[in-house]
Design a protein around this ligand. Structure first.
Ligand SMILES: CC(C)(COP(=O)(O)OP(=O)(O)OC[C@H]1O[C@@H](n2cnc3c(N)ncnc32)[C@H](O)[C@@H]1OP(=O)(O)O)[C@@H](O)C(=O)NCCC(=O)NCCS
Length: 220
């Protein structure tokens, strides 16, 4: 009798992001955020160049996150592929300070001056709208588009939200309106909007204690 093939949900494990995952994690985030309005506005046209700029930008932020020793997890798939990433910050309010100077220079060369300026302007708008700390800041959450809608984003987010061990409020922003439903299932509510380089951004807040996440439809 043929053994049942394990589903993608059971074969993927959550691991801490390690240095050597930087490239694979950045490549996965490029795929996940390909249609994100804010990322598109920052990286601009043409599309082929945009992917390269996104790759270097995600590498910079992953590296800064690792250097700052802030928590980050990945979903590891077959052949060690990175299928999901979540980056959180415990400081809640401070944007990553750590950087690798030579690597940053090299990245900026690939990203280009105009896109880098738009990135800085967007980051300033985001920083201006951060709530008062303390809170757990969900900086980045992405799942490979090939395996979205299988509860893996929920698994990563829940892991990150429970990572402190003690209840803590959490905050994030999104420029994708359809994400509001996903986050509301996890206890986030919209506390306002703002514009970052002309792109509408939703501010989402989750109190320290929430009722159990609202169950999604049953996928049997
Ligand atoms: C947002 C994101 C991380 C969600 O990841 P995901 O793995 O698709 O998340 P889930 O599968 O847990 O939930 C997504 C939806 O799929 C539904 N779903 C889950 N399993 C399903 C299944 N087997 N069949 C059909 N739908 C399913 C969930 O109910 C949920 O619906 P909702 O949006 O109405 O709440 C992912 O879409 C992504 O990477 N987007 C691009 C980057 C981005 O926008 N990140 C967030 C920026 S803050």
């Amino acid at each position: 009798m043929k053994a049942a093939t394990p589903s993608v949900e059971t074969t993927l494990g959550i691991e801490r992001l390690a240095w050597h995952d930087e490239r694979a994690a950045a490549a996965m985030l490029v795929r996940a955020f390909a249609q994100d309005p804010l990322v598109k506005a920052i990286c601009g046209q043409p599309e082929e160049r945009r992917s390269e700029k996104m790759w270097w930008s995600f590498r910079m932020s992953l590296r800064a996150h690792c250097l700052s020793l802030e928590p980050a997890w990945i979903l590891r798939g077959e052949n060690h592929a990175v299928m999901g990433v979540v980056l959180v910050s415990l400081t809640g309010g401070r944007l990553s300070g750590a950087s690798d100077f030579l690597f940053s220079l090299r990245s900026l060369w690939h990203i280009g001056w105009a896109a880098a300026q738009r990135g800085v302007e967007a980051a300033r708008a985001i920083a201006r709208h951060l709530p008062a700390p303390p809170f757990l800041y969900v900086r980045t959450l992405g799942v490979d588009p090939a395996i979205q809608h299988r509860c893996l984003g929920s698994k990563l987010l829940t892991h990150a939200l429970n990572s402190l061990g003690t209840p803590s409020p959490a905050y994030l922003e999104t420029a994708v309106e359809s994400n509001l439903r996903f986050y509301s299932r996890h206890g986030f509510r919209c506390i306002g909007t703002f514009s970052a380089i002309g792109v509408p951004v939703w501010r989402l807040w989750r109190p320290a204690r929430v009722e159990a996440p609202i169950p999604g439809p049953s996928f049997g």
